[in-house]
Design a protein around this ligand. Sequence first.
Ligand code: 4HU
Length: 445
Amino acid sequence: LFSSAASSSTLTHGDAASTHGDADGVVDVNPPRGTRDFPPEDMRLRTWLFDQFREVSRLMAFEEVDFPVLESEALFIRKAGEEITQQLYNFEDKGGRRVVLRPEITPSLARLVIKQGKSVSLPLKWFTIGQCWRYERMTRGRRREHYQWNMDIFGVPKVRAEAELLHAIVLLFQRLGITSSDVGIRVSSRKVLQAVLNMYYIPEHLFTEVCVIVDKLGKMTREEIEKELVSTGLSSEAVQGIINVLSLKSLSKLEEVLGSGVEAVADLKKLFSFAEQYGYADWICFDASVVRGLAYYTGIVFEAFDREGKLRAICGGGRYDRLLSTFGSEDIPACGFGFGDAVIVELLKEKGLLPDMSRQIDDIVFPLDEELEGPASSIASSLRKKGRSVDLVEDKRLKWVFKHAERINASRLILVGNSEWERGMVRVKILSTREEFEVKAGELE
Ligand SMILES: OCc1cccc(Br)n1
């Protein structure tokens, strides 16, 4: 055994590469297509963004939950032709199970709520930040993964839940320095479309399919949309009726078309009046064309957009009161949103709002001689116990150390030298003021 271990440990680099690399032994150091690495500077920006997500979740009194990225494929099999279910990153595992890298979070949330059953008391306010996947032909060179912040409320049937979710979104934008002049949130309700389909006596089973088609408004021409709607069997009169209502941008006009007392109008009026009370009315606007592309939405839907119209939707969500029954459980009213980590960063770059992501370290400890490496260790140890971040540097020339201190924005340089150490002292350099003085090693704070 040892000899084989010995022989494997004596593999030269070339051999090692040949066991891992391709024919010429070179490993492709890029991550899989459509995925990203996060080297330190990118990771600092991501951590900063996720900290904003977490802080808003804390302010909203949401609890954090988490799930496996790997889920049963069955959770995402839906017949409505959504893009998200046609791009499943799915495969069969070694146990012959059909599994996926999840394309969204909501079905996992629903699964956990069902699993927790009576042990959880409603309402539930849960959030998570998780990586989501899609397998898209790389023709469009789009990403295959992104991280999504999800906030969901279970057990609140009234539009108070949507009002709370919109508040969370506005709080997040405000924390990032984004204003209602930069971003708006289009709000509508699937009940608008439901009312129109009822006006034309269109059968219920077409509702979801029509929603998925209409969600492509803005991404496809009006003619293409009309063609797809007709292909579902709708009369051209019904298609025109749908297109006309969906172009409405005023709640009073909507009420004229649908008649007063329609649930869709009542919900939206209530939501807009809440918005005034929360103080975010200038962030939201009614836009009947918003239906969102997920099959399971049943009520209010919304999406945030950059007012310059340069970017894709920043976040989006809505009410999904009948998702749990599609998993064979009792329904629980629910609504939520997903907020991706990519478009928001593009927007921050556009607006010059990216925060300073450079490193910051409290102290560099540097022994000037090899025999002082021991004392340098105890100095670093006591500073770290006092909560200071310490970069212990050795085997470098002093010139390099000063450059390094600048690069990592160190506050202090602690030099451990023979003449000082013999007197129990160390030399401290404050890098912002160039101030320099000696301190008793044991009294270093
Ligand atoms: O929002 C659609 C989506 C789902 C999974 C991964 C990526 Br990238 N985008």
